[in-house]
Design a protein around this ligand. Structure first.
Ligand code: SF4
Length: 362
């Protein structure tokens, strides 16, 4: 079969034809900036015909920053024994959840680090404490590398850990710790973290056990363009099998205060990657912008490059903030930003059901 021309490729992919690796590479390398955006936006508008952009009101709560992984891109962690290490007390956890609820938050994204000694019971008690005290809060918690780490520390199979977490109150899993799902890259930037295969396996298990999860990509560090595309393709393959990913969330590596002194990825590369993701990931329904790393103006542009969701309010965010990037938005800031871009804002839950009808743009 003849390889389609770039123009044919843009046209047929915009119509929804699944593209393969070489075609994705051709688009990534040669498509004009706006042509790529237009193709991605055609797919987005077909999938989500209403001019509505959703967001979730939540808070990132990092229960601990004590970590044995020492990923080179991370400015957040503290090595065991460091004076700045912490584990949140129950009182601090409760205060953070109550503050979240007070401003209309419905969920917490609960993530930590790879703590060297917290036992399984610590995590189970934390989940049970939250569920008993705040039954209406959705607990979106523990990235695949954390789950793999906890399983190893407890000498349990990851499936057993997941089952225990679900029983204790876990509602869904965030797609953190994916970085780039290619082991060559992982060995360079996060050599002590789980492999790409293990990340995917935890997600497969979670989906089999009935949990919904998100998928992420942190790009713009040691990966090649081919490896970025490989990342998208392994997610697409798993989604074909399980259908468990609700959304894809790409963001750019933030180099300040890290051990990877690389130049920052440009907004153009971010928007091109967002558009390419919408085109390649034809089976993941939602694509989020990352205003936390890109700021509100580039995030608005992302809504014309294939994204249909504004992510979350992140009442608290510590990991990106540790690299010196401090974008902040309240619920009303997000709603105004979406209306200014011509969309109707709608607060949603993790599963993308809406809390109330979307607001008008005018
Ligand atoms: S990214 Fe996570 S696992 Fe890696 S060093 Fe930071 S806290 Fe630890």
């Amino acid at each position: 079969m003849n390889q389609p021309s770039l123009a044919e490729l843009l046209e047929t992919s915009a119509q929804g034809r699944r593209i393969h690796k070489e075609e994705a590479l051709l688009l990534a390398r040669e498509a004009e900036f706006f042509d790529l955006g237009i193709a991605a936006q055609a797919i987005r508008m077909r999938r989500h015909p209403e001019e509505l952009v959703s967001y979730v009101a939540d808070r990132n709560i990092n229960y601990s920053n004590v970590c044995v992984c020492a990923c080179k891109f991370c400015a957040f962690f503290r090595a065991p024994g460091h004076a700045g290490g912490y584990v949140l007390s129950r009182d601090e956890l409760a205060r953070k959840i109550e503050e979240t609820q007070a401003v209309g938050g419905t969920q917490i994204l609960l993530q930590g680090s790879h703590h060297p000694s917290l036992p399984l019971a610590f995590y189970l008690d934390m989940l049970a404490f939250i569920k008993a005290r705040y039954p209406e809060i959705h607990i979106h918690a523990f990235s695949p590398p954390e789950i793999m780490h906890i399983a190893k520390l407890s000498s349990l199979a990851p499936r057993e850990v997941l089952k225990e977490f679900i029983q204790a109150g876990l509602d869904s899993i965030p797609g953190g710790g994916a970085e780039i799902l290619v082991d060559r890259v992982r060995k360079l930037v996060s050599p002590n973290k789980c492999s790409a295969g293990q990340w995917l396996e935890i997600m497969r298990l979670a989906h089999e056990l009935g949990l919904k999860t998100t998928a992420t990509m942190m790009f713009g560090h040691c990966e090649t363009l081919e490896e970025r595309i490989e990342h998208l393709l392994v997610l697409r393959r798993l989604q074909d099998e399980t259908g468990g990913f609700t959304a894809f969330i790409p963001w750019t590596f933030q180099p300040d205060h890290t051990r990877l002194p690389l130049p920052k990825t440009t907004s153009i590369t971010y928007l091109r990657t967002l558009a390419l993701a919408r085109i390649v990931l034809d089976n993941i329904p939602n694509v989020q912008v990352s205003w936390v790393t890109m700021g509100s103006k580039i995030a608005q542009l992302g809504l014309f490059f294939g994204a249909n969701d504004f992510g979350s309010t992140m009442i608290e965010e510590n990991v990106v903030a540790a690299s010196g990037v401090h974008f902040r938005m309240s619920r009303s800031d997000i709603e105004t930003t979406l209306q200014e871009a011509g969309f109707r804002p709608a607060q949603r839950r993790m599963d993308y059901s809406l809390l109330e009808p979307a607001k008008r743009a005018d």
